[in-house]
Design a protein around this ligand. Structure first.
Ligand code: FAD
Ligand code: UDP
Length: 389
């Protein structure tokens, strides 16, 4: 038997596995129920065009965490791709996130930063001194009602299927508003895409003589050699699957949003001229279209075909892929109850997006896996299981 079991081969699980194998000489068994490694960051070449497609939605790597940046660069080099997004509203295309270009195009104006700020302040005045208590009020206070209704209200309603007055203000706090023409989507120090793709990067992390990866293996399937009752209490387990599933949903199910993707190969060299186009209006059923060739302008892709993917959002049911935690008040209560139970599991360490019921970007999943190794796993394996002392 291995020294440790890791359930899930996403970025969290692979970071833990790689560090334990390389730093502590530990034998690691990784199991994943999917037929491939990498969790949601997995990508593959679309067979007819060779264009790299992110199967679970477009993944853009960005971080300001120097430790994470140094770590990921051991496995891949990054291109100089910089993410920029546009949005279509009433048949017109605007730059996102909202910046001076968006404001001036929308109001048919030529404001400088001060004039634009004054205009938005006036349009946001309806809220008075009140602190925004939901997404709707947060949106109005950030950019004023006209811009909010054009670019945020209906997009958010499509994405969350919930009236914005019932959503927490925090959802759009991470969306920057800029009084310059800078339309970079992310503010982080480092940004780029893996030069030879996500799967090559993920495979390099798993490529270690002490790591065994077994795919198509559900941890709760008792007929598999590595399963919950055969391992928990016998070897340390790092679990990155859904926390409610681990406890058989005993405290109730946690709610998630899922996405449906419609992929199409089109006979043109360029469909939309950019990698991501959002659709702000309610009458378009999808939230955005990704065109994957634009993530890698440096590659030699065919000139006469392209791959696009329309993204639709809805509430997840059991059996759907859980993508974004919804985090209602009920969810938070249930999560507390699960957290209390996780603390009692003998040497089971819950991590990652699903194991902690948190939206984590890739760099956050990797960063928190490195911390788990430092703080919780190193004390168990500090002497090095594989070494002779
Ligand atoms: P996952 O990647 O979900 O891995 C968990 C693994 O556990 C899966 O492979 C699953 O099959 C396995 N598993 C679950 N249950 C079991 C079981 N019972 N038995 C065995 N295996 C099991 N991050 C960014 O930084 N930039 C982006 O642009 C970005 N875009 C995203 C877009 C979408 C649509 C989504 C959903 C996420 C995006 N992310 C992005 C976040 C990124 O996907 C996560 O940070 C990353 O996947 C987290 O890794 P993880 O290992 O925690 O989880
Ligand atoms: N959002 C919006 N209009 C847009 C883009 C984003 O209203 O054109 C809002 C929406 O509520 C969304 C949130 O901002 O849920 C965060 O957007 P982001 O693009 O970061 O979401 P993700 O890529 O994670 O789906």
């Amino acid at each position: 038997m291995s020294d440790v079991v890791v359930v899930g081969s996403g970025f969290f699980g692979l970071t833990v596995a790689e560090r334990l194998a390389e730093q502590f000489g530990v034998d690691v068994a990784v199991v994943d129920r999917r037929p491939h490694i990498g969790g949601n960051a997995y990508s593959e070449a679309e067979p007819t065009t060779g264009i790299e497609v992110h199967r679970y939605g477009a993944h853009l790597f960005h971080t300001s965490n120097e430790r994470v940046w140094e770590y990921v660069n051991r496995f891949t080099r990054f291109t100089d791709y910089v993410h920029r997004v546009y949005t279509t509203h009433h048949g017109e295309v605007y730059p996102m996130p909202i910046n001076l270009g968006t404001v001036n195009q929308f109001f048919r104006s030529a404001h400088g930063p001060d004039a634009a700020r004054a205009l938005i302040r006036e349009q946001a005045a309806e809220l008075g001194d009140r602190t925004p208590s939901n997404l709707d009020e947060q949106g109005v206070s950030l950019i004023g009602r006209p811009l909010y209704e054009a670019f945020i209200r209906d997009y958010t309603a499509k994405q969350w299927q919930t009236d914005p007055t019932e959503l927490p203000a925090s959802i759009i706090k991470r969306l920057p508003v800029r009084y310059t023409y800078d339309n970079r989507y992310f503010n982080d120090t480092h940004e780029g895409l893996p030069v030879d793709g996500y799967t090559a990067w993920l495979e390099r992390m798993a490529d270690h003589p002490r790591i065994t990866v077994t795919l198509d293996t559900d941890f709760f399937d008792e007929s598999q050699p590595v399963n919950k009752s055969a391992t928990v209490g016998r070897v340390p387990v790092v679990y990155t699957g859904p926390v409610d599933r681990y406890f058989d949903f005993a405290q109730g199910e946690l709610s998630w949003r899922t996405l449906d993707f419609e992929q199409e190969v089109l006979p043109t060299g360029d469909f939309q001229g950019t990698s991501v186009m959002n659709y702000a209006d309610a009458d378009v059923p999808y939230t955005r279209i990704h065109e994957f060739r634009h993530f890698h302008p440096e590659r030699d892709y065919p000139q006469d075909s392209t791959v696009i993917m329309r993204e639709f959002s809805r509430f997840a049911e059991r059996g759907d892929e859980p993508y974004y935690p919804i985090n209602t008040a009920t969810d938070r209560e249930r999560l507390e109850a699960y957290r209390a139970r996780t603390a009692e599991e003998p040497q089971v360490f819950f991590g990652g997006r699903l194991g902690t019921y948190q939206y984590l970007d890739m760099h956050m999943a990797i960063g928190s896996a490195l911390s788990m190794v430092d703080n919780k796993l190193a004390p168990l394996f500090g002497a090095g299981v594989g070494s002779e002392q």
